[in-house]
Write a protein that binds this ligand. Sequence first.
Ligand code: NZQ
Ligand code: ZN
Length: 385
Amino acid sequence: MVNFTYDIGTKVYFGKGQISALPASVKAYGSKVLLAYGGGSIKKNGIYDTITRLFRDNGISWTELSGIEPNPRHTTVNRGAEICRQNNVDVIVAVGGGSTIDCAKAVAFGTFYEGDAWDIIIGKAKPTRFLPVIAVLTLAATGSEMDRNGVISNLETNDKVGFAFAQSRPVAAIMDPEYTYSVSRYQTAAGSADIMSHVLETYFTPIIDGYLQDRFCESLLKTVIHYAPIALKQPDNYEARANLMWASSWAINDMIGYGKRCPWTVHPMEHELSAFFDITHGIGLAILTPAWMDYVLNEKTANKFAQYAVNVFGIQPQGDEMKTARAGIEETRRFFFQTLEIPSRLRDVGISEASLSIMANKLNLPSGYVPLDSADILKIYQACY
Ligand code: NZQ
Ligand code: ZN
């Protein structure tokens, strides 16, 4: 294992009714809140009313940043930063999925930057200060509720760029699985694929001595494979929603990656698809993953893929590692496209064939599990077109 410092600072309030911890969590930082949310799901399912009542009852004042888009835009970040500056906001409460929480994380540093927050996201400027962010999670998917990352899109330049700052990790996360009962089938499937992809990016890495981490990974994958179909059939199954929610956080809160070097590959490939076509992140990942697996399967990687087939899908070893590995990839395909009913081809989600080479040319992934250059990436895009 490589050296690491364990530091996962988010205080998690998990379970039914844990929203009652919100006022005290806010007051630890002040009493002026930016309430950030998306396109209105929290108004339909009653979460907005619960939160604003708690604010009123506890002397917390708030202003709102609403309409945060799936694949949040840098222009929305700048709008939020301006609201925070004008209202002397003490703390941001982000209520939603990854898009809302990511946007809030960017607003948190954008508030203290006079220019376009995009400068910080692309690394042209350094953040100086951060507002604290409290996440109220409503969709099990990205793990943004407990990680350092955020991903922001600039549709003018067709760029979708991630940032990761230690100070961006939410100071607290309220995770009530009941809040995810209203998530649609499509978003439940997409979120489940995203959780799995985070684990797979960490599982398939060049470091081979993370035995413990790999077993954590396999447990997370098995959890999603077991519970995602249940959540699809019974959206209000608490046990399924709870397991998916906790898996979403652990897939990317750093724990399974400590001690390993994990340069991701499928995510950067997907971010190009979202940047150009504004597609749902988890759907893009599901389409790309089996094609990526096929492409990087070789004599050197067969052992790890065979391990994945046996330990995650319970496939009987087939004598020949390559055969076992291929069976695991087929199971992955079956799970995404049949069990979760995710569209299986890029053409099905509105990607144009002509754009494949433009997107591939923007990417070069020399340090991934298997290094990939633009030509390799184009072949993977074409294989699942
Ligand atoms: O906007 P509203 O009206 O709230 O509706 C949302 C949105 O339309 C809806 N939704 C969320 N909770 C709901 C609900 N609908 C009904 N009931 C609920 N309880 O779901 C739709 C998608 O929401 P979004 O936040 O976009 O989904 P997700 O959580 O998958 O976030 C995706 C974004 O996160 C980034 C992605 O690239 C994408 O921009 N990622 C962030 C990461 C991170 N911070 O670490 C890592 C990931 O790999 C990912 O890149
Ligand atoms: Zn992801």
